[in-house]
Design a protein around this ligand. Structure first.
Ligand code: HEM
Length: 368
């Protein structure tokens, strides 16, 4: 199946198995009232449902005296499992729109973490649109048309494209590798386990924000990798940094990628086999906090100041509560992670991603 239904209880693109590409965009609202935002989301919903099913937006060819209602570059292409996922940032709940008392109490901008080196041009946003698809042209077409439809109501704030190995290059669909060469996503919770997803990913009615029930909170971090430094470090340094073997993805001291971490195992010198400040030891902690990671690699040409590649990870995770899940884990990583020598967080944003909607409704209807 080449198309993923746009309508449903949850938005697609959250527990959906990752597609090959992402086009991510954060927007700022320039309108001064909720009614304009509502109208934009109504148009965005109809357009997105068309894109997801592989149809053109609107009646493209019916008026030679107007610009076409679809820009055309995805005409006759497969929908390529395109998903479009919408969210709102904490800044949408400031005084501009009278939505202050709708802000979920635990939904705020992230605190500054110790290792942060954030650049304002990669941070924040009133709204986000995450487009994922198995074809980059299809994904780009979606972002471009949604930005076009937003004209007068919202403007682009920052965008980032990303990729992973394609399904074509890896028919067995093993865990994808990030740009540091390590399998990334191994210890993710099982997205097909709906009980687990209700615990880890989906906001529940008992969480107290009714418009978010069935939605999920997203953390996005644009993490630049110091690729040139990494490439000069030894294999054993690289493996100690993550706490896993590079080739197999197995935890240090184990054979299989999916073996459980043995965090209390020590070597003949009494040293932990998996270093206590390795990425997996810190991210795992006592295993009581989980999140669903859905990241993509990015490569944005070169940094003109240093002549180095501007490449890394567009880290994206979904969770039921940022304060209880993303923040404590990122706190541990920022303070001690060996990976901080090779990766630096340049961009950051959080979004409350709405529940899904049914045909006739629109994304955001529970809030606007
Ligand atoms: C695990 C890479 C940033 C949370 C891993 C693994 C790799 C990896 C290779 C082991 C395989 C796996 O289970 O997926 C990276 C890279 C990052 C990055 C390259 C940035 C450049 C982050 C951030 C967070 C995070 C910002 C959250 C705040 C986790 C978690 C695990 C994990 C929860 C699973 C730990 C476990 O329970 O075994 N990461 N990661 N990572 N990472 Fe990251």
């Amino acid at each position: 199946p080449d198309s993923i239904p746009f309508y449903g209880a949850h938005q697609a693109g959250i527990i959906t198995p990752s597609q090959n590409f992402i086009c991510f965009a954060a927007f700022d609202v320039i309108a001064d009232n909720v009614s304009d935002i509502r109208k934009m989301f109504q148009k965005w919903t109809t357009a997105s449902a068309s894109i997801a099913s592989g149809s053109l937006i609107g009646n493209v060819n019916d008026n030679p005296n107007l610009p076409p209602s679809d820009t055309g570059e995805a005409a006759e292409l497969s929908p390529s499992r395109c998903t479009i996922t919408f969210g709102v940032g904490p800044s949408l709940f400031d005084a501009r729109f009278g939505l202050q008392n709708k802000r979920p109490p635990s939904f705020q901008e992230l605190p500054l973490f110790k290792a942060d080196s954030l650049e304002p041009e990669w941070c924040g946003g009133d709204l986000c649109v995450q487009v994922c698809a198995d074809d980059l042209q299809v994904a780009f077409h979606a972002i471009r048309n949604l930005a076009r439809i937003a004209r007068g109501t919202a403007v682009l704030r920052w965008t980032q494209e990303g990729f992973q190995r394609s399904a074509q290059a890896d028919p067995k669909s093993a865990t994808p590798r990030n740009l540091l060469g390590f399998k990334d996503g191994t210890a993710n919770p099982d997205a097909t386990d709906s009980t687990l997803m209700n615990e880890v990913v989906w906001s529940q009615s008992i969480d107290g924000t009714s418009w978010m029930t069935g939605g999920s909170y997203m953390a996005v971090r644009r993490v630049r990798m110091r690729i040139e430094v990494w490439d000069r470090s030894t294999l054993s340094d690289q493996e100690n940094t993550f706490g896993r073997h590079r080739h197999t993805g197995a935890p240090l001291g184990s054979k299989d990628e999916f073996d459980t971490l043995k965090l209390d195992e020590v070597d003949s010198k009494g040293q932990p086999v998996i270093p206590t400040n390795s990425h997996v030891a810190l991210a795992h902690g006592d295993g009581s906090i989980q999140m669903l990671r859905r990241s993509y690699s990015y490569s944005s040409g070169m940094d003109l100041k240093t002549g180095q590649l501007d490449a890394g990870l567009l880290f994206i995770s979904f969770q039921r509560d940022l304060q209880k899940q993303f923040i404590p884990i990122q706190q541990r990583l920022a303070n001690n992670d060996l990976l901080n020598e090779y990766a630096v967080h340049k961009g950051s944003a959080v979004f409350a991603c709405f529940p899904g909607t049914t045909e006739g409704g629109f994304i955001g209807e529970t809030l606007f």
